[in-house]
Design a protein around this ligand. Structure first.
Ligand SMILES: C[S@@+](CC[C@H](N)C(=O)[O-])C[C@H]1O[C@@H](n2cnc3c(N)ncnc32)[C@H](O)[C@@H]1O
Length: 273
């Protein structure tokens, strides 16, 4: 008998799709992320994961984008041991366990209260890991996070659920709260947003998507003058593609030849401020 879960809203429920994808990645012979804790969690929860029709490409993309966000975060923490880390819309992602930040770092997983309460129940805690149950569109939750320390902020699978105005307002609040930092999130072109709304694998979240899509990774530089693009990471061009199963490996290697084709796949964007 698995852990019984509270009732989630459809928006909160979207966390199970990405959690499941990372668990399935872990079950592959050549896992991209190696998230054994996600796999254990899926086994432990009383949830109908079979309802999701996730294809191999979706699994690979979810795992690889998580890995890229982990890499951005761990590099930042290695050079800023006094940092704070924020995972916005953290769901039941085990990022803080994968990264195991040093005790000098304070890590915050932020999501709606039902989700963070579940996180505390089902995931192992760490002394320097905190959860904040809040809607990221509100401003008061940020006041509980120390200011005056560099921040690394990631959002994995969350930004599609915000309107562009909500997203701009959120980034502006973050940039003014911390003296310096980095922000990274998985982004979507307009075409990807259209795909997410129509693909079978993401059917469960199609009606919740509010973000219109972003075709130019430099667009956030005009949201706030302090934001500077570090890198647009086109997953088709990342070295891990060599570990994909042959069919998907060839597909991504072909897409990698053209920037426009690569942008039709998953993108992680990385900024500093
Ligand atoms: C697709 S899930 C991704 C969860 C997690 N980051 C992962 O990769 O598994 C999106 C998450 O964003 C959260 N979310 C969406 N809008 C939010 C908001 N306005 N405030 C807080 N959390 C939000 C949802 O509750 C959900 O947990």
């Amino acid at each position: 008998m698995g852990v019984t879960l509270p009732a989630f809203t459809p928006l909160e429920d979207s966390l199970f799709l990405t959690l499941y994808a990372r668990a399935l990645d872990n079950r592959r012979a050549h896992s991209i992320l190696g998230d054994a804790e996600a796999d254990r969690l899926v086994d432990k929860l009383d949830y109908d994961f079979d309802q999701f029709h996730v294809d191999t490409n979706f699994i690979l993309n979810v795992a690889l984008r998580a890995k890229k966000l982990d890499q951005v975060t761990s590099r930042f923490l290695a050079s800023h041991p006094d940092a704070v880390g924020l995972d916005l819309g953290a769901g039941l992602d085990t990022r803080v366990l994968r990264l195991a930040p040093p005790p000098t770092v304070d890590w915050y997983d932020i999501d709606f209260p039902t989700v963070t309460a579940t996180r505390e129940e089902v995931l192992p805690g760490r002394a320097n890991a905190h959860v904040i149950g809040a809607d990221v569109r509100d401003s008061d939750w940020l006041e509980t996070i120390p200011t005056g320390r560099p921040a690394v902020i990631v959002a994995d699978g969350m930004m599609a659920f915000l309107t562009q105005d909500e997203l701009v307002a959120l980034w502006n609040r973050l940039v003014s709260h911390f003296p310096s930092g980095e922000i990274a999130f998985n982004s979507y072109t307009r075409f990807l947003i259209w795909t997410a709304k129509h693909a079978r694998g993401t059917k469960s979240v199609a009606d919740l998507v509010k973000f219109p899509g972003m075709d130019d990774a430099r667009a956030p530089e005009s949201w706030n003058p302090k934001l500077q693009l570090v890198r647009e990471i086109l997953l088709s061009r990342e070295p891990e593609v060599a570990e994909f199963p042959p069919g998907w490996r060839r597909y991504h290697q072909l897409a990698a030849h053209r920037t426009a084709w690569s942008r039709a796949g998953t993108i992680v964007v990385h900024y500093r401020f």
